[in-house]
Design a protein around this ligand. Structure first.
Ligand code: FAD
Ligand code: MG
Length: 355
């Protein structure tokens, strides 16, 4: 390990963290090991770190230690838990679930947070030409990948779940949301962790915190400079299919988010075929191309999250073309292919480690 103190193993956390509780129980030892490793990596004499299993994943926040840090970390996790009650598609009592149940009947007034995220998700869908598709909820529930009773649906079920599904059928007027047909169900799982990370960053800034690492199940935000130095953060990206502590790329960033979408974490196998959780609305099936993961580097964690999902669906050529034309936010990406090779849109921000 080159810089044990500052490396953040985003993807180390990511392998186990997205599984359901029953899977978590099965992998308890491994998870414990990872938590210990994470606290070793991110804790030090002068920093304070907290890890909790929330939003279906392991979340760790590390800040400089002082008399307020413990209370600030408490408040961060309170915020995450509150946002979960707004944004979760897995909780029948969340605000999002209420919208999914009622918005095809009449416009529903939504909270400012949900409104902002639906607007942003729609925008991400527009700019990626539907590769990121937040109206995909019915299809996600049909496959149920990562949850109990995950299965390969019949082609007719897929066809029905996709009928008239498009972000274009989500109508936002003022602070209300309306679905133009009953097939529209919002799933913000591909963008909400990024948004929650951005909310935590805003909160920490309010509290005058200059440096922090926020890691929401591999959705990382590196705030400011490496603790107590003037150096940038080094974020380690896990080797796809590698062991939990193996990494072969390091991204050097400051005040930036690094978000990875991969096909090697949340999946199931049937008849020798692997079905992962990133779905292509054009086919209704898990996306199949030569990418195994995409890491997006962007100052907005919300966009990094949505774009990482979208780029995996778009494939390398379309995604790099998109980045060239995308002037709204400075965005870079690292693409890892199924033969182990990689491409990065900006070699200045990354280091390749020896295998
Ligand atoms: P990403 O690539 O960022 O997102 C993939 C997810 O986005 C898929 O799982 C699907 O939900 C959706 N998606 C798939 N294809 C597309 C597409 N083409 N366009 C747009 N979206 C797509 N997990 C649990 O196991 N239990 C929980 O209780 C639970 N609660 C959660 C609550 C919240 C608020 C959030 C944000 C997440 C929660 N999760 C939970 C995890 C969630 O189910 C997703 O698995 C996770 O957000 C996926 O993130 P990712 O980084 O792995 O992949
Ligand atoms: Mg995403």
């Amino acid at each position: 390990m080159k810089h044990p103190y500052c490396l953040v193993f985003a993807a180390i956390v990511k392998i186990y963290v997205d599984d359901e509780y029953f899977v978590m129980k099965k992998n308890f030892k491994k998870i414990l090991w990872i938590l210990i490793l994470c606290s070793f990596v991110s804790c030090g004499k002068e920093t304070e770190s907290r890890t909790e299993f929330v939003i279906g994943t392991v979340c760790t926040i590390t800040v400089p230690k002082n008399k307020n840090s413990s209370r600030i970390l408490d408040e961060c996790f309170k915020k995450i838990k509150r946002l979960e009650t707004v944004l979760s598609a897995n909780d029948a009592d969340s605000e999002l679930s209420f919208v999914n149940q009622t918005a095809a009947e009449k416009p529903v007034t939504v909270s400012p947070e949900l409104l902002y995220l639906i607007q942003t998700a729609k925008h991400c869908a527009q700019i990626t030409d539907g590769a990121f598709e937040p109206a995909i909820g019915r299809l996600v529930k049909l496959w149920n990948i990562g949850f109990e009773h995950e299965r390969v649906p019949a082609p007719s079920e897929i066809e029905n779940a996709l009928y008239d599904v498009s972000y274009k059928n989500i109508v936002i007027t003022g602070n209300t949301v309306f679905f133009e047909n009953k097939n529209i169900q919002l799933d913000l799982g591909g963008i909400a962790k990024g948004y929650i990370a951005d909310c935590i960053v805003a909160f920490l800034k309010e509290k005058n915190i200059q440096s922090a690492i926020i890691n929401l199940g591999g959705n990382v935000y590196a705030m400011g400079k490496k603790f107590f130095t003037d150096a940038v953060w080094h974020i380690g990206l896990r080797k796809p299919y590698g062991t939990a502590d193996s990494y072969n790329h390091i991204v050097k960033v400051t005040d930036t988010s690094v978000v990875t979408s991969g096909i090697y974490e949340r999946y199931f196998e049937e008849n020798g075929l692997r079905y992962h959780h990133i779905l292509d609305v054009k086919t209704g099936y898990p996306v199949r191309n030569n990418l195994v993961s995409v890491s997006v580097i962007c100052e907005s964690s919300t966009y990094a999250d949505a774009l990482a999902t979208a780029f995996l669906v778009m494939g390398y050529e379309k995604a790099t073309q998109f980045i060239k034309n995308f002037t709204e936010k400075k965005t870079d990406a690292i693409f890892i292919f199924d033969d182990g090779s990689y491409q990065c849109t900006n070699e200045n921000i990354m280091e390749k480690q020896d295998d």
